[in-house]
Write a protein that binds this ligand. Sequence first.
Ligand SMILES: Nc1ncnc2c1ncn2[C@@H]1O[C@H](COP(=O)(O)OP(=O)(O)O)[C@@H](O)[C@H]1O
Ligand SMILES: [Mg+2]
Length: 247
Amino acid sequence: MSAPLLQTRDLQLAFGAVVVADHIDFSLSEGERLAVIGQNGAGKTTFINICTGLIRPQSGQVFFEGKEVTGMSPRAIALRGMVRSFQLPQLFTEHSVRDCVRIAAAGKRNKLGLWMPLASAIDNAEVEHVLEMVGLADRAEELSGALPEGQRKLLDIAMALIMKPRLLILDEPTSGVSSDEKHGLMATIMKALDQQKVSAIFVEHDVDIVSHYSTRVAAWIAGRIAADGVPAQVLTDPEIRKNVIGE
Ligand SMILES: Nc1ncnc2c1ncn2[C@@H]1O[C@H](COP(=O)(O)OP(=O)(O)O)[C@@H](O)[C@H]1O
Ligand SMILES: [Mg+2]
């Protein structure tokens, strides 16, 4: 059997007295769509930050495709194929939608992390393909800063997809988006991920979105995974309904 796509062993981290990663053993297989749920402060973002190299755990290990990545830089981890969606930096809002994707593409190519000169390094057909996939092809010339929130999120996804990830991690992709638009946004994201055969982890609070778009749900309580299984099981678990979903 091949190694899991992502695996953590006994991750531990505390900020002072607050335990945010409490002996987390976790494993994700290729093709999964994992929804992460949990109250604010439960440690969801911290878990993502540890996996993607933004924070070092105090102890424990992270493996991607069977190779240890604990302590590697976020960039080195992203180049191996574990990518988290960008929170579109302010700097980019004065660039066109297309140029944002080009900048992300150049960032992958250039080991120094310098963007210029852009033109030589980029596969333009790939850029257009990614813009098509997220439905932004006809807004490619517009300034990214002028996009409504839902489309900014899709631009984030496009910038992540141009990195050709094996695993995309999305921290609250539907936050700031009206409930009417959430389903359309998630449907577009998931279709693009299917086309590119990208596995996904997404943090989401809306139970309806979780049950529609995940194949598996992990519920975080105080730095530990309190429940992990198929959506129908986790979302109906009495402890989870009481302590995570808040009913
Ligand atoms: N850099 C930090 N320094 C101190 N405390 C932090 C830091 N980052 C997060 N925390 C705390 O860790 C806990 C978990 O935060 P976080 O992982 O962001 O939770 P979630 O994403 O589930 O809302 C919170 O109590 C938060 O205040
Ligand atoms: Mg968070």
